[in-house]
Design a protein around this ligand. Structure first.
Ligand code: M6R
Length: 612
């Protein structure tokens, strides 16, 4: 959602802020702005729409200065407009603020401040923040930090704040609670940003600000304290990925690049977690004994990560005998799920900042549960609030539509389930070896599917223009159907519905006619699932549906039924979702391309949903 950047040093701030905001574009936004300290005044520039509009404005009216803050806004309170864009100013123009998050009690604060003479010009929740800081200074706060601390104590909700004071030219300030914020450390210059990719080209070291912390950045120093004013010694982290990881690297989009990265990422995960003698190391601080005694798992996540959770449930149930449930974090947090402290909670998240997933973790911790996350982003809130983490280590995922993070989450579940099954004795060491041998084939199988992208492109282009499509799958590939449909609707804006194929007769069969593409995931299986899928396909055929099958290489039976086929290599049933979904990612990709959408930044979507 909103992106925050800040700079203090000796270089011109505006180009650095714009560059950082461009690198945050993937988070989703509808307006942008910057504020720079310029000749003893705070100068701002804000524009609705893409950053290029702001750049054009800055080309006409440049703002010169070496410290500043910037923002991309994803509208929550008030429509996208110049007035509602950040940064927002205090009444006297001396304090400028950018904000990611939501101030829940803004209405009452606004009313209170209005009675004290403050004039508000926007509809945003954020605008109360500079006014409250100004008011705190008027009421005796002796320093900007004291005024910020007093202000934060009045705020309810979530925030990552960047703050500029006209009368404190040697510092910029920031604070966080519930929304991500990092401090990038440079040579005689320092930065703030919503995440590392925003400034990855400028820094090698960063501080991940903790919730409830406030920082003062000067060109040569960073001081941090808690909301109570207690000094904090920050942990400085080396950035583990290269700037190129956040570049397009010759691909036409980040999404296409990320699809192509999948074989390498999956191989790297296997290398990292499986030793030469076939032992799985999940890097967890939870002991083998903990897993031996475990009798219930609850997986919570959103969107694509929820589909990974559905796969995790099926696999863990199959391999470990543990009772596993999965739920949307946005639903889980409002349920009364009768969880006891012995239940292991597995939150799954690419960004590690999804508000509902975090709320679920916090709730489960109150019940005394242990938390073992599957997460991609080091230093993220999910990572910091969990007892143990299985890192997917995909590098930054910039495309809004998740691809590599998903297959890495599936791989993480596969390794995790095999590890737990081994520890508990559900599988013998020989059985685990056999599974691992089959799992090792998956990266090459994924590579094979990617090599067929021109064939998949032709299918995507052929079927891209209808109003709707239906995705069907069973058992391990029911989540694949949901994920394929989600990819399609996210980036091509074609309505797409994922369904358990066995449910087709209970409703969606009414949709089928000669205009409806029905994408059937029908790879060969050792059990009856394949036969059942074939029956479903025949039912679609009988109603003249346009059948696109994802099928196993060499399957001649399916060629008699399906109009178009995405052939994938045979892999063990349990691992087919990791391979099959790649065909669907490419199908959605090329359909979206044919429809001319903005694939990396689809309309209305934000990469990480940091508000409810
Ligand atoms: O960062 P997270 O994995 O927690 O994000 C969860 C969802 O917001 C995310 O998967 C979303 O559905 C993506 N746009 C899917 O492509």
């Amino acid at each position: 959602m909103c992106g925050v950047v800040g700079y203090i040093g000796s270089k011109e701030a505006a180009p650095i802020l714009i560059d950082g905001l461009q690198r945050l574009e993937y988070r989703g936004y509808d307006s942008a702005g910057i504020a720079v300290l310029c000749g003893g005044k705070i100068e701002s520039s804000k524009e609705v729409g893409r950053l290029v509009n702001l750049e054009k404005m800055l080309a006409i009216h440049p703002i010169k200065g070496t410290r500043g803050i910037g923002h991309t806004r994803w509208a929550t309170h008030g429509a996208p407009s110049q007035i509602n864009s950040h940064p927002h100013l205090s009444s006297d123009g001396s304090i400028s603020v950018v904000h990611n998050g939501i101030i829940e009690n803004y209405a009452e604060l606004r009313e209170e401040l209005s009675t004290k003479g403050h004039k508000f010009i926007s509809e945003t929740d954020t605008e109360v923040v500079p006014h409250l800081i100004e008011q705190s200074l008027k009421e005796g706060a002796k320093s900007p930090v004291e005024a910020i601390l007093r202000t934060l104590k009045r705020l309810r909700g979530a925030y990552a704040l960047g703050i500029l004071f006209r009368d404190e030219p040697d510092a910029i300030y920031c604070a966080r609670k519930g929304s991500p914020l990092i401090i990038g450390l440079g040579e005689h210059e320092n930065f703030i940003a919503s995440d590392v990719p925003a400034i990855i080209n400028r820094i090698k070291k960063a501080i991940y600000l903790n919730d409830g912390e406030v920082a003062v950045l000067r060109a040569d120093s960073v001081e941090i304290c808690t909301i109570e004013g207690v000094a904090v010694v920050p942990e400085i982290k080396e950035i583990s990925f290269q700037a190129e990881a956040a570049e397009c690297a010759g691909f036409e989009t980040f999404m296409l690049k990320e699809i192509h990265e999948q074989p390498r990422i999956l191989r790297a995960m296997l290398e990292k977690h499986v030793s030469a003698d076939g032992k799985i190391d999940i890097g967890s601080s939870l002991s083998p004994d903990y897993f031996r005694k475990l009798n219930r798992i609850m997986i919570v996540s959103c969107g694509t990560a929820y589909h990974a959770g559905m796969y995790g449930k099926l696999l863990l149930e199959n391999l470990t005998g543990i009772a596993v449930e999965t739920d949307l974090a946005s639903e889980f947090r409002y349920r009364d799920p009768k969880i006891d402290p012995g239940t292991l909670i597995i939150p799954v998240s690419q960004s590690g900042e999804t508000a509902d997933t975090l709320a679920s973790i916090r709730m489960a911790k109150e019940w005394g549960c242990r938390i073992c996350a599957i997460c991609n982003v080091e230093g993220s809130s999910v990572v910091r609030e969990s007892d143990a983490v299985f890192f997917t280590n995909c590098g930054p995922e910039i495309g809004v539509a998740s691809t590599k993070a998903y297959t890495a989450q599936l791989m993480a579940f596969a390794l995790f389930a095999l590890y737990v099954a081994g520890v508990r004795g559900n599988l013998t060491p020989e059985q685990i070896k056999s599974y691992l041998t089959d799992l090792q084939e998956v990266p090459d199988a994924v590579h094979y599917v990617i090599q067929k992208k021109e064939e998949i492109r032709a299918i995507g282009e052929k079927h891209h223009d209808g109003p709707s499509s239906l995705y069907l799958g069973r058992k391990f590939n029911y989540p694949t159907a949901l994920e394929g449909a989600l990819k399609n609707k996210e980036i091509s804006y074609q309505h797409a519905e994922g369904y358990a194929a066995g449910e087709m007769k209970h409703g969606p069969i009414a949709l089928i006619n000669e205009a409806l593409p029905v994408i059937c995931i029908c790879t060969k299986t050792a059990d009856e699932v394949y036969e059942k899928m074939l029956s479903n396909i025949k039912e679609v055929e009988a109603r003249s549906g346009r059948i696109i099958a994802v099928a196993t290489e060499g399957d001649t039976e399916i060629a008699k039924l399906a109009g178009d086929i995405i052939y994938v290599p045979a892999v063990r049933d349990e691992f087919t979702p990791i391979v099959n979904v790649v065909g669907l990612q490419l199908l959605a990709y090329y359909a979206a391309r044919a429809r001319g959408t903005d694939i990396d930044k689809p309309r209305n979507l934000a990469k990480s949903v940091t508000v409810e």
